[in-house]
Write a protein that binds this ligand. Sequence first.
Ligand code: SF4
Length: 474
Amino acid sequence: MDKTTSICPFCSLGCGLNLLVSDGVVTGIEYLGEHPNEGALCSRGNTCYEVAQHPDRIPNPLIKEGEGFRDATWDEALKLIASKLSEIKSKYGAKSIGVIASAKTSNEDCYVLQKFARKVLETPNIDNPARVTQAPTLKVLVESLGYPWATCLLEDLEKADYILMVGANPIETQPVLARRILRARDEGAVVVVVDPRRSKSTWKSDLHLQVKPGFDLELVMSMLNVVLQSKLEKEDARRTPGFEEVAKLAENYTPEGVEELTGVSAKLVREAAYRLALSKRPFILFSHGLTQQRRGADALRALLALAVAVGVFSSGGLIPLTDQNNMQGSCDMGCLADYGAGYTSVEKGLTLAEIIEAAARGELKALIVVGFNPAASLPDTKLVEEALSKLELLVVVDIFPSETTKLAHVVLPACSWAEYEGTYTNIEGRVQKTGKAIDPFNDAKPVWTIFSELATIMGASGFNYSSWIDVFNE
Ligand code: SF4
């Protein structure tokens, strides 16, 4: 039996594991005690390999014919895509083409895809599903910290004496991380949850600030108000650029003054804020519950000011909890409308929602979608379906058929993560290598290979990679 070191492909913690392979088939998992997840996996991680070997995978390239699809060779499918893309680009211009990248494929896949979009198609219109859940997090953290990932290691959480979780439910959504939170609590850490709902995380908390939906901003500002009015802010907080402006605004948010808006008693807010200000090793975790709301970016700015005031950046840590396994890497690699690889400046392109809206208006003519199912995953699926149906060319690269592949003109089979080597970046910014455990399913190829070949067919140079390492090094 062979072993291949890999990671779970189902969430942004990136728990490590060994895939056990016998006669070319993954037969099980071996736990990796030395990995930062300490060998722990949740039920998704324990069964992750079943996806790679599922018989419903897309076996080979498919070209739309009448109401259905016919099988095609790679050569035929890529040449058809190349000629249609060139035709659309010369007829309507490069900006009539859009690309939706995946938050699940490897860093190398994401890097080559955005390079293909910007250098070969010459379109700035590339984005990824992180836009739906992560836009405020990306914007505010890149503006404030210069990077959008955790400021500490996940294992540092166990040193916490206070954990504030805002709009996050990690005990249910990321159970392996929950182990660290519960260990810290067992050692005496105070756990405070801000969430309109009762959840498994609130059951395990010491204080639950059950804020009314949409009023996290007022609640966080009232906690900052308590810290500042009590003169408990850290010595260097007021030297932090931008802090004074938020501190001034916080004067208007007394817990009593916003009690009716937030639905949280002033007494509870004061207790949570005092204990946070007096903690020695405060950690803050937040997720979509904070950011995916009207004023989500402002709520996050307020939370960062609170973090500065109580010393989270100097003696604790800030952890943004994302969901998909390579949401971080897809953004780092530049699959974003507003940033290139490494968060460099680029010409601003259409965001994910704007791509769909442009298609609905008939302005976007061609779209490439990788590892994402907008026809089922985005709001207003009817509008999305109508928009995708108007395209002159829809190319979908995925491992399984979906509502979106049904609308495609060409479908290309991608490898699953177990079938090729690559790297993925978790919420700590930890770049982790996965090995090739099994051969690709039928004709499937890695995404970076598909777009390197397509670029070469379209006459572009700079895509002659001999392996994933060439892409990684670039
Ligand atoms: S916590 Fe996330 S990465 Fe870890 S095993 Fe579960 S789904 Fe996979």
